[in-house]
Design a protein around this ligand. Sequence first.
Ligand code: LLP
Length: 415
Amino acid sequence: MTPFYRHNGSLMSDQRSLTDLAEQYGTPLYVYNRGAIESAWQEFSTALEGHPHLICYAVKANSNLAVLDALARLGSGFDIVSVGELKRVLAAGGKPEQIVFSGVGKSEREMAAGLEAGIRCFNVESASELERLAVVATAHGTSAQVSLRINPDVDAQTHPYISTGLKENKFGIGMADAMATYRRAAELDGIDVQGIDCHIGSQLTSLEPYADAFALLVQMVDALKEEGIALSHIDVGGGQGIQYSAEDDRLDVASWAQCIRSAVGDRDLEILVEPGRYIVGQAGVLLTRVEYLKSNEDRHFAVVDAAMNDLIRPALYSAWQAIESVESLDRPSRLYDVVGPICESADFLGKQRELAIAEKDLLCVRSSGAYASVMSSNYNTRPRAAEVMVDGDNAFLVRAREETEALFAQEFLLP
Ligand code: LLP
């Protein structure tokens, strides 16, 4: 399925023209396609069919309520990393018993909120967190269901900023301490040991690092069982890579699922998975209008109305995302740096892109459904962009553009 396609030279999403949406809602504008979100989720569901499993969408990738709503209606679980994300999931109709809580720095307040909501599991990332959770749960007269996040020290072969499974990363409990931490968890009041967890990184396009991590995890499950600590689930994190350019390979979810299914074999383990980017990444685009074309000697710039505050991935990770004209028009083509209005040299969406454009043309930045609007900021007092969800003939406003005055409404003049 192609959520964004050309019809008579114009980019469309389902039955809606992106040019019309930009005119109606203004730019910069995020546009999501509901069908694409649902079908990416279904890929996991189909691939894991027949084995007990729970797909816990990683909310951090795109936490818009409408996205969560669409997924909750499919029966999705959710992977959260803050009390804020917990509140969003509940507001969108997600079921507490299908929520797992990840993250290295859960506060006592967040632990309490998770317990009060009755979430499925805390993915515990350190021995200290385990002790603290035990205290908080006991004080609440309950016990916390936990899995321990193991850092398997495998190289995910991805960008260093989004690699999480190496021992130099802050995430998880090292292999050397894992068994001892499980023994401690098993004897602690307020702790109910349920599973094992790992997440080795994001935007993975090969199966090899997954296979290495899964093998280590099931070995540990077996070793724990021998000691009388029986686990009922294995949470294998997310990380499935998507296409940012025509040369990129999207991870094959069917093969990925085969990999975890064969690692688990006939062990009695429910499989939990926490995909984020794969579900929403290619289901979204960012629309932006060209304000000015300018040249500094032989370097040409397209100054657009979206900036690093709207989409920080190019500045932060040198991420490459495809940029194209929404309308194919007859214009001279040249190489442009596509830059925003912010006063920083890192404020670019793409460099040296071949584009045939004029001022006021509309551009589309592809694969902007994940880690895009959620990472936006108000730098330079820029209101966050509006967001629209297309569903067939319909386009729904799912986030209104921020009002400038609201950006400083919580600030105060001196007395
Ligand atoms: N589970 C855990 C514990 C995670 O930390 C993450 C992502 C996921 C699941 C979902 O991973 P995904 O399936 O989306 O790869 N801002 C970066 C990506 C950061 C990913 C952080 N953790 C980017 O724009 O590339």
